[in-house]
Design a protein around this ligand. Structure first.
Ligand SMILES: *Cc1c(COP(=O)(O)O)cnc(C)c1O
Length: 428
């Protein structure tokens, strides 16, 4: 008696539909909602079962007590397990990444922590590149060790240990449960070769038949400009707070992959209670309709801004993916796994924290705030804000210098953003 939701067109005639087209209808059946063109907001904590037998059957499926029947949709039970807004959103979220299944969480950190807690156990090691997002860093450095899970890091900055070296050291301590990759890395835009990490993981099958899962944080370029599952990642995680939400008015996260790998994460999400809520899901459905427009506009604007900064005498280096040197390793990785340079990057000005602060304090249009991927341009100082948790000596070593500022270019007129940067750089 599960509800059928047939609105999952992937083709029209022999034409395969593009994700930007599917964002307006995929997964939503108007017949279930009085013909409403848009998926309504289902502000309800619980759902009425037609019969006791139906309720029993829904629970059996939700708790894995029986297999899903062909074409069966999971029944609606309770909004910590599922909700129509979440279900339509999760269907649509799979499309850009070409994933079989997806889950939406209360925040990006809820997605990351629920995913790693699903797949790591005491004695395991998580291997990840650095720098990574501050919250992820805190989780692997401070919280997971309390549960007997240690970490090993690698990087691409001078003197860093390589992925192979990090894995060798990790294996001396325990099973490598997850290879976690954030690429481009925040805030340096260092790139990690996802396919190479997946190839390495494939050689690491343990006596129990398991190998490390390759999990990629795709927040910076995804889902438009990078699709990690297509180049060998097992799971993709997101802060949907950023480009996907796109208006700096909500927090949410996502995890995508094959149904076989997503199902255990779904079970963990139900018990930890890290699911998102119907209102946020409804907002994200609205955001997804304009995702391609927003990401394309900000990506184009970012190139103008990066070119302006590169020519400016007070600017030392611009870590923009569009400026990678032909023939470099980073450029090869960029060509293999990225479709565009995105709109968030950092740059270093001559001087240190004092100069960076004078620049930030002089901004008029661009907002001084952390976060990224919104319609408005934002700037921040990684060393003292998003990465303040990283000790200064290590921060400098991994490339987060006192003179570095990060910009997330929005969808304003690019010449207005440049005019603001020009006058603010004059004030330095
Ligand atoms: C913001 C961010 C996160 C955390 O997401 P929240 O929604 O703030 O919990 C994780 N990874 C990256 C790369 C981010 O930028």
């Amino acid at each position: 008696m599960a509800v059928e939701r047939p609105y999952r067109h992937r083709t029209v005639g022999d034409r395969r539909l593009a994700p930007e087209t599917q964002m307006m209808g995929y997964g939503y059946d108007p017949r279930l909602s009085e013909g409403a063109v848009k998926c309504p907001l289902f502000m309800t904590s619980t759902f009425v079962f037609e019969t006791a037998e139906a309720g029993k059957s829904f629970f059996e499926l939700a708790y894995g007590l029986r297999e899903q029947k062909p074409n069966e949709e999971p029944g609606l039970i309770y909004s910590r397990l599922n909700n129509p807004d979440l279900q339509v959103l999760e269907d649509r979220l799979t499309l850009w990444d070409g994933a079989e299944s997806s889950l939406v969480f209360a925040t990006g950190m809820a997605a990351i922590s629920t995913t790693v807690l699903t797949y790591l156990r005491p004695g395991d090691v998580i291997v990840h590149n650095e720098p990574v997002y501050g919250g992820t860093e805190f989780l692997t450095e401070r919280i997971l060790p309390e549960f007997g899970i240690s970490r090993e890091v690698w990087g691409t900055y001078p003197g860093a240990q390589t992925l192979d070296e990090a894995i060798a050291r990790a294996q001396a301590r325990g099973r490598v449960g997850i290879i976690f990759i954030e690429t481009p890395a925040n805030p340096t835009n260092d790139l990690v070769d996802i396919a190479a990490a997946a190839a390495k993981a494939a050689t690491m099958v343990g006596p129990d038949g398991r190998r490390p899962l390759v999990v990629v944080d795709n927040t910076f370029l995804g889902p438009l400009w990078q699709q990690p599952l297509a180049v060998g990642a097992d799971l993709v995680v997101y802060s949907l707070t950023k480009y996907v939400g796109g208006h700096s008015d909500l927090v949410a996260g996502g995890c995508l992959g094959s149904e076989a790998l997503i199902a255990p994460v779904r079970g963990m999400r139900t018990v930890l209670g890290t699911i998102s809520d119907p209102h946020t899901a409804w907002m994200l459905l609205r955001s997804l309709e304009t995702l391609k427009l927003r990401m394309t506009s900000s990506m184009k604007n970012a190139r103008y801004v990066a070119e302006f900064l590169q020519e400016h005498p007070k600017v030392k280096t611009v870590h923009y993916l569009g400026f990678l040197r032909e023939g470099s390793d980073a450029h090869r990785i960029y060509r293999a796994q990225c479709k565009a340079a995105g709109a968030t990057f950092s740059f270093e000005i001559h001087g240190g924290e004092a100069e960076a602060f004078r620049l930030l304090n002089a901004l008029k249009i661009i907002k001084l705030a952390v976060s990224l991927g919104g319609t408005e341009s934002l700037m921040e100082h990684p060393a003292t804000m998003t990465h303040s948790d990283v000790p200064t000596e290590r921060a400098t070593r991994i490339g987060v210098t006192p003179g570095m500022v990060r910009i997330s270019v929005g969808i304003e007129h690019p010449e207005d953003v440049i005019a603001d940067l020009r006058q603010a750089l004059d004030a330095v």
